[in-house]
Unconditional design. Sequence first.
Length: 447
Amino acid sequence: MPKTALGPKARLKLLETVFKKHVPVSEACRKFGISRFTFYKWAKRYNSGKSRNVNLALLKDKDSTPGTLPKSVSLKIEAVVKQIAIKNPNLSKYAITSKAKELLGGRSPGVHGVYNILKRHNLNTGELRRNYQSLVLQSRGKVLTPKERFDMLEVAESAHISVSQVCRDFGISRFTYYKWKKRFDKSGQSVDALVDRKSYFDNSDKKIRPEVEKSILSITAEFPNLSKYNLAQKVYEKLGIKVGAHGIYNVLKRNSLNFPEARLAYAQSLAPVSAPTTDTWTDRVQSVFEQFVPSLAPAPPPSGLVALWAGSLKFFKVFTLSSVISLATIHSGLWWINFISSITAAHALGIVFASIALICGTFFLLYSMKYYITLAVVLSFSQGEATYNRGQTTKGKILGWILGNLANAGLRPTRTSGPVGLTPDLSHITLEKYPFISVHIPFYNEK
């Protein structure tokens, strides 16, 4: 068939040839002069369950919608193209397009798109790009002169560049741009209107009054360790006046108190100095009396006889104890050996194991008894205030003698100058070091 556009009837005939007569698709396509892609596109519209008229309507060409304009490029892509053009003003639009493809890849616009971007910003020629480059590079990063501000407004108006783009190029805010433009238009487009104006403000009403400053200094002397922020809070609490931290700092700086060391020295200089007092003869007599009253004076050192008696008693206790332990050990050992030798071997083996168990138990008992003895010693010293042992019972003396407390045994005078033993309340004590303490508590199994 000739290569002409097939109408709906020819298309329906082609599809019926394939689906009803079972002719191969490639052969039918060659016969009707179309591609297989076109055939399958029509086959998607074809419905064998519908009537002929319905299929003819489905196989008609759809009305093509008018072509839409290409989407405008994003501001980021536009900024990249513009930056390439400004940095390289001598490049052509083709070279700028090549560089944009290297940076943007598939998102880069074509040559026509690049040209439209340059034209919108009045940069479509090399001369315009060089002028814009010199103007932007000279004004970026510094305060614009009135002449540069005028050139910026003129470029923005003549090139029809958006205000936001101009502000980004020259590094200013839109508020500043409109402020200059308003002045420029109001003055009849005079360059003198773009000169910076000096601001004049009357700050006399914002200055801290002398009486308030005096109160701030008194609070500073009372709390010299506070910072300016805490001082501002303290001023508000005491005076009910809101003074910012900057105002507090200005007051401190005017009075050379802006450093903590200076505030501490200022507080010390204002601290009241107590006048030296002269003692009268009655005060001196009273102090001597309080110092040498017998009930309050410290105990005199023990005499030589008492010291000799205490040393002899200590030696006697050690000698007696060691003698008793030695005799008991020797006697027990001889009796045990004699007893083992007089019985049979089986009984002797049982006695050996029993003796070993008894010895181990004895050592364990002695080891655990040291904790009980330590606890008893600590509790023996927790008796409130030490006094002379007048009226003390015999039981207390014997216990003191056993625990080695000679004062409780009545053999040595005790001090009378204050409490001893455990302190019931430790809330007033502050530890400088925290040593490691291991507490062992023995338990006895009664079963």
